[in-house]
Write a protein that binds this ligand. Structure first.
Ligand SMILES: [Zn+2]
Length: 471
């Protein structure tokens, strides 16, 4: 008697097991069929794989907006360490923003410093978890896992999921075409540098030597300076005020890197590592990369507001705080390439730190058109290859976007969109979301040149696929 129930439950488990296998097989076949149906399909991917294997990188068309005036991006790698708060103090004092490519392991040790980097208005980048070259460069999977691990730590600690990546040791001789391609497909931007401060070239570099290395340039319109705030780099801290003065004297503006800044990447040289990639793992990694990109996109839409991030106590922050206390700035300029949408206080709304702007003039300035369908209470936006329907009745937004490189079928998305609002015959929409959902990008939202005016700087792509779109 005691055996029977056992036997039954075993049979049941067995049935469940086989049913699961069957379901999984069907699912797998469905996925396979679906993938095969979607061009570029296997042939396209085969060609891609062959090209990458030959070492040739795949060029992805993207429009980056060059800085309008000479701009320097100071970058600090390998932290946070006990030196990082000193670096942050100097940057605050000088009212300068920078970028920190941090190690996941270091962030675990100094979570509060990582938080302060973000609170002080600097950008965070991912510099992998442990910086161990032979682990990172023996196989892309390890590199990917370390980037993911670091990303999760940063997300948990600071709320930021950085898209900026810097390869430990730089990409030269370390990255091959596969590394670049996978990371690009996952939505990361990879930044090497244009000026090496040489602070990590050998032990014992003095502050004088570091300043002299920076002085050598080259001083282009956009400069990315490599420095280190990992432990032992006390001389970098000493050199920093002089490095800042150097760029101030040359008339450079200081900024944090954003994914809108054109990446600097070394040409891929002879690899220092021997690696092989096979077709199957290529497919798997590509799927993982694409999934990751989607995951991010949702956060891009939901997670941001338009509140300017400025250094506490800086003139920008004071101007902004004053404006915010009065219920928003007096003027809002949205600069999109050579066009500017200039709105006065009566023409936009400022709510919970974000801007809502009238849809029609915004789209017109972007180069699109808007039609109002009174019966359906829907504004239909046509912008390049994108159609967007702002449905006021249903409080939803329907977007039909152009085909993406990895998803050649044009796709329709329906998003709940309670943020739109009709007042006196004008439809107001959130500025940042609207730009980003239409494939454009907000590069900066905190350029308050004069008191009471906030400038939002956006890169607009005319409604065509440019390698980036949040959905
Ligand atoms: Zn490093």
């Amino acid at each position: 008697m005691k055996r029977r129930p056992h036997a039954i439950s075993f049979r049941m488990i067995s049935t469940v097991w086989w049913t699961s296998i069957l379901c999984l097989t069907i699912l797998w076949l469905t996925v396979l069929t679906h993938t095969a149906g979607a061009a570029p399909g296997h042939e396209g991917e085969e060609a891609l794989f062959t090209q990458l294997q030959s070492g040739k990188r795949i060029a992805i068309e993207k429009n980056f907006t060059p800085a309008e005036k000479p701009t320097v991006y100071l970058t600090f790698d390998d932290g946070p360490s006990k030196l990082t708060p000193k670096v942050l103090d100097i940057l605050r004092e000088e009212d300068v923003r920078a970028t920190f490519f941090v190690l996941g392991g270091q962030v675990q040790e100094r979570p509060n410093t990582a938080k302060r980097i973000v609170e002080d208005g600097h950008a965070l980048g991912n510099h992998t978890y442990n910086h161990v070259y032979w682990e990172l460069y023996s196989d892309f999977r390890t590199f990917w896992e370390q980037v993911q691990k670091t990303e999760n730590i940063l997300l948990e600690t600071t709320g930021v999921r950085p898209r900026l990546v810097r390869a430990p040791g730089g990409t030269y001789g370390n990255f091959d075409a596969f590394y670049f391609y996978y990371l690009g497909q996952a939505g990361y931007e990879i930044y090497d540098w244009t000026i090496d401060s040489e602070d990590a070239r050998r032990p014992g570099m003095t502050a004088d030597q570091i300043v002299r290395a920076v002085e050598k340039g080259p001083f282009g319109n956009e400069v990315i300076v490599l420095m280190h705030d990992g432990s032992g780099h006390d001389e970098t801290v000493k050199a920093l005020p002089r490095v800042i003065r150097l760029f101030k004297e040359k008339g450079y503006a200081f900024a944090s890197l954003t994914p809108g800044v054109k990446p600097v990447q070394f040409s891929s040289g002879k690899l220092k590592w021997s690696r092989t990639e096979n077709r199957e793992s290529f497919d798997n990694l590509l799927t993982t990369a694409h999934e990751h990109r989607e995951l991010w996109a949702v956060e891009d839409i939901l997670g941001k507001d338009n509140a300017p991030k400025a250094l506490p106590g800086s003139p920008a922050a004071i101007a902004y705080t004053e404006a915010a206390q009065r219920g928003g700035p007096d003027r809002l300029n949205v600069r999109m390439g050579d066009r500017t949408l200039a709105l006065t206080k009566e023409q936009f709304r400022f709510q919970d730190g974000s801007y809502r702007v009238p849809l029609r003039p915004l789209i017109a300035a972007m180069g699109g058109t808007v039609e109002w369908n009174a019966e359906r209470r829907t504004a239909v936006v046509r912008y390049g290859a994108i159609t967007a329907e702002y449905d006021l009745a249903r409080q939803e937004l329907r977007i039909r976007r152009p085909a993406a490189e990895w998803n050649p079928e044009a796709k329709a998305h329906i998003l709940p969109f309670p943020e739109m609002e009709l007042a006196n015959g004008t439809l107001y929409v959130p500025l940042r979301q609207t730009l980003e959902l239409l494939g454009d990008r907000v590069l900066s939202s905190d350029v308050p040149h004069e008191r009471g005016t906030v400038e939002v700087l956006a890169a607009v792509y005319g409604g065509y696929w440019t390698g980036w779109m949040p959905i």
